[in-house]
Design a binder for this molecule. Structure first.
Ligand code: M6R
Length: 363
């Protein structure tokens, strides 16, 4: 049932405020004023966190690395499951290993989980299916409570995974004394505004639909982001490739001049994801390098960022201003909408893109 939507993907994009609220309900305790992750989650004694996944779930893990390092001060490493399992790396003592998978059945992620059994201090899974193989074989499973996701392109599962991983980072910060009670209370009250912020982010639908009509004509699209926006750029490029079949690549903004800028001309739209944070000015200078070469910039930012960037930018998509900790979740929404409307404009099969399966149970 598409609930009045043309595609499951658009229904699932629209469901995100509710999906995120479900995560907060599950893990914030009744008053919403305290973290209520299972006591068994042993972040207090972990010396490092290892996160392993595939595809969009891998980008959720990359985002979590920034949170774990910056909010909790805990070293975090991220790996692609299919690389990790065959590399057979040493697993340092005191490693908390986290496996993220919507389906809970991805063969490479499951094999990676089995590899760390007996090596990691604790194995935690973050899945959307309680009865799945990955959930069953982990020491502890954290459900993302997103409800069934039908579209092959993952949307609400991604933002729900991010929400759970952010709560995990906050819990690690609390357990390790990186945030005191007052600072944690501030973070939690910011977090409680997230469903409303995501609802507001959905209002970028119209402007993105109009930009997508032109993006649909492109052969290549570049996505740029710095800091925690880098994994979001990767996610935006993956979404666009999967459903519109347009070649899209993402780079950390600082890497632009180390190669990819050679690709830029007036046929390559460049999507820049940059809230007005501490890194904004650096990203704007990368954006200007793109514009000087004729590149058409679609800037996804907030009101202050849109104003600072000025009117010479091809398109400005304005999201609500938010706590920097929340921006990855918020900026996922326009990345999804851009891919969705581009695919619709091209007339591709949005929910069942060619060559892809919802659950990759082959290796
Ligand atoms: O079920 P999983 O989360 O383990 O799936 C991982 C990837 O196959 C998945 O995220 C894939 O990249 C999606 N099609 C992305 O939209």
């Amino acid at each position: 049932d598409k609930a009045g939507h043309k595609h499951f993907m658009s229904k699932e994009i629209a469901e995100q405020p509710r999906a995120i609220a479900a995560v907060l309900d599950a893990y914030l305790g009744e008053s919403g004023a305290a973290l209520a992750l299972p006591a068994a989650l042993d972040v207090a004694r972990a010396e490092r966190v290892l996160l392993v996944a595939c595809g969009t779930a891998y980008y959720a893990c990359l985002t979590a690395k920034y949170w774990l390092e910056q909010i909790a001060g805990i070293p975090a490493e991220v790996d692609i499951a299919s690389e990790f399992r065959y590399r057979e790396p040493p697993v340092a003592p005191g490693t908390l290993a986290v496996f993220v998978s919507q389906s809970g059945e991805t063969a490479d992620t499951l094999a990676a989980l089995r590899y760390v059994q007996g090596r990691a201090a604790q194995i935690v899974s973050v899945t959307n299916v309680e009865e799945s193989s990955i959930a069953r074989e982990a020491d502890l499973d954290l459900q993302i409570h997103a409800g069934p996701e039908i579209g092959v392109a993952s949307t609400k599962a991604f933002t729900a995974q991010l929400s759970v991983l952010l709560l995990m980072a906050l819990r690690a910060a609390e357990a390790r004394g990186a945030l005191d009670a007052a600072a944690l209370a501030d973070r939690l009250s910011a977090l409680r505004t997230l469903p409303a912020l995501v609802t507001a982010a959905l209002e970028t639908d119209g402007p993105l639909k109009s930009a997508a009509a032109e993006v649909a004509e492109a052969r290549d699209v570049l996505f740029l982001g710095r800091g925690v926006m880098f994994p979001l750029a990767l996610e935006g490029a993956l979404k666009l490739k999967e459903i519109s079949y347009i070649h899209a690549e993402a780079y950390a903004s600082g890497e632009l001049k180390h190669g990819p800028i050679a690709l830029v001309d007036n046929t390559v739209p460049v999507v820049v994801m940059a809230p007005r944070d501490a890194l904004f000015d650096k990203t704007v200078s990368n954006m200007q390098e793109v514009m000087a070469r004729g590149g058409e910039v679609l800037l996804i930012t907030d009101a202050a960022g849109a104003e600072a960037a000025g009117e010479t930018v091809w398109r400005r998509i304005v999201l609500p201003t938010a706590d920097p900790m929340l921006t990855p979740i918020l900026y996922a929404v326009p990345a999804q909408l851009l891919a969705y409307h581009t695919a619709v404009a091209k007339g591709t099969d949005v929910d069942q893109p060619r060559n892809l399966a919802k659950s990759v149970t082959v290796e």
